[in-house]
Design a protein around this ligand. Structure first.
Ligand SMILES: C[S@@+](CC[C@H](N)C(=O)[O-])C[C@H]1O[C@@H](n2cnc3c(N)ncnc32)[C@H](O)[C@@H]1O
Length: 492
């Protein structure tokens, strides 16, 4: 088991607070730590769920008569159950105020596990930055007031539970928690309901190009790995936001949710490391790209140096965003909106990229639903090129081992395989060429699996790993059969 102390050192600076650096050279894919959460629970805006497994609830705990449970679970945390049993809360309290569940779990640590409570209290909550903001008021209405008005903690003779402490605890979760993705049904995945506080992993500083990967399993164990080699003394970095957001979206997300302005290399580079995720096409020359230069507060072309009016860029971006939001998940409609906005946006612009990801997903669904012979070659070509485009961006923004690259590689190589088979069937390529394409797909699938193997089997990516392994076996079978019909290769 990876020893945190052997691999990491905690340092501190005025700008970052505490952060982690490598205590020794770490190889790509090396496990840095395995950590259990000090507390897990539904996110504060979650719908009512079973307090034991977080699936849909259909009954209540027979002992405390307050906690929602599902058909399979009969108990939940003992301290929590005792608290609800003895707190004198109205029988419907948790159904009316489900948002209090996780803050209550944190508050109960004070008496049930003081060491864990103190560890939690050492985390960053940004209470002063949050005071009087929208999120503060939301927590005040949905968590603080219901809990304090219920007088549940007073009845338990605990006067230390104040509005300030509850707000601080909400801050700990918003600033530090990680999503727990294993062992959940589809609805929970989409709503990302369950989160955990991991005091060690949460020490990593943010960077928009990270060098670590986190995998959390269904038992809430968090495993942290390097994605690229990390030298002794280098920072261990985690991306708190989404790699495929443009700079404005990433910075806004980080400012509003994590209370800092990111100044990483990617954020400071108007071209976003050459990926142009935020760029628009120049109106003054052919092929020119305009990026935002924050130091000059200008949108400038990298070819003819024309400056684009900010109102023009804002209109172009907001039109595209509006269309993207309203666009139905339909192949023709997605293609129409992509073509429309490709006239003004760089092909890698994050708005187009999201539409293209949806399109690739729709083509994938279509391929899964029809026998391979019925899927038009054009559609396969389109999926192949969409995946290729995505991979070239991901290789820059998520270097090394990456969940998204693993998924894109899988889709790319399945498309390569389907296309090669189709071209062979229509006699566009020879058996020898087919074999060459299949062996490229074999290499790609192997690389995809090598990245997805980090994912817990109960997550969607873990399930994709199983599928990719199965596909790899089929592909190798197919290669054997093709080898039989390629006499030159048999001789070799
Ligand atoms: C999850 S905590 C990380 C641990 C924290 N530094 C501590 O001392 O507890 C996230 C907070 O760390 C700080 N932080 C992390 N990465 C940063 C970065 N790249 N630039 C500035 N502040 C950062 C911010 O205050 C952010 O809200």
């Amino acid at each position: 088991m990876a020893r945190f102390e052997e691999n990491c050192e905690i340092l501190e600076s005025n700008e970052l607070g505490r952060y982690l650096v490598a205590r020794r050279d770490l190889a790509r894919g090396q496990q840095i730590l395995v950590e259990q959460p000090i507390v897990i629970g539904p996110y504060w805006d979650s719908k009512i769920r079973c307090l034991n497994c977080f699936r849909s609830s259909c009954t209540i705990c027979r002992k405390c008569k307050r906690a929602p449970l599902c058909f399979d679970c009969t108990t939940h945390q003992e301290t929590e159950c005792d608290f609800y049993l003895n707190s004198g809360l109205n029988i419907n309290f948790l159904f009316d105020h489900f948002n209090v569940v996780t803050p209550v779990r944190c508050l109960l640590l004070a008496s049930s596990n003081r060491a864990k409570f103190d560890e939690m209290m050492s985390m960053e909550a940004h209470t002063n930055e949050r005071r009087d903001t929208d999120i503060w008021h939301a927590h005040e209405t949905k968590v603080v007031r219901p809990l304090l008005d219920s007088k549940a903690f007073e009845k338990m003779n605990d006067p230390s539970v104040t509005s300030e402490l509850i707000q601080q605890i909400c801050g700990f979760f918003d600033v530090n928690s990680f999503e727990i993705r294993g062992n959940m049904d589809d609805v929970q995945q989409v709503e990302s309901l369950v989160r955990g506080l991991y005091t060690k992993a949460a020490l990593m500083a943010h960077n928009c190009v990270s060098n670590t990967l986190i995998s959390v399993d269904g038992q809430a164990n968090l495993r942290l790995y390097t994605t690229v080699p990390v030298k002794k003394g280098e920072m261990l970095l985690y991306n708190y936001t989404r790699s495929l957001f443009g700079t404005v979206e990433r910075r806004t997300h980080l400012k509003l949710g994590k209370y800092f302005v990111c100044t990483c290399r990617r954020c400071e580079d108007p071209t976003e490391l050459g990926t142009h995720l935020s760029s628009v096409k120049c109106t003054g020359c052919d092929g020119g790209l305009c990026s935002y230069y924050a130091t000059e507060d200008k949108w400038l072309c990298n070819t003819c140096t024309k400056e684009l009016e900010k109102t023009y860029v804002n209109n172009v971006l907001s039109d595209a965003r509006k269309d993207a939001m309203q666009c139905a998940n339909d192949i023709h409609e997605l293609e129409r909106i992509i073509t429309k906005h490709s006239k003004t946006l760089h092909p890698n612009n994050s708005i187009l990229l999201e539409l293209k990801q949806t399109l690739a997903g729709e083509i994938r669904n279509r391929c899964l639903m029809s026998p391979p012979s019925k899927v038009p070659e054009q559609l396969l070509e389109r999926k192949f090129h969409l995946c290729q485009e995505m991979l070239s961006i991901l290789r820059v923004l998520e270097p090394g081992i990456s969940r998204l690259t693993g998924i894109a590689l899988y889709e790319y190589n399945v498309a390569l395989w389907d296309l090669a088979r189709k071209k062979f069937e229509t006699k566009v390529i020879s058996a020898k060429e087919l074999l060459e394409e299949l062996s490229k797909a074999e290499g790609g699938l192997k690389e995809s699996i090598s990245m997805l193997l980090f994912e817990h089997p109960s997550t969607p990516e873990g399930q994709l790993t199983k599928r990719a392994m199965h596909d790899l076996k089929d592909l190798r079978e197919e290669m054997k059969q093709v080898k039989v019909i390629v006499p030159e290769i048999q001789k070799e």
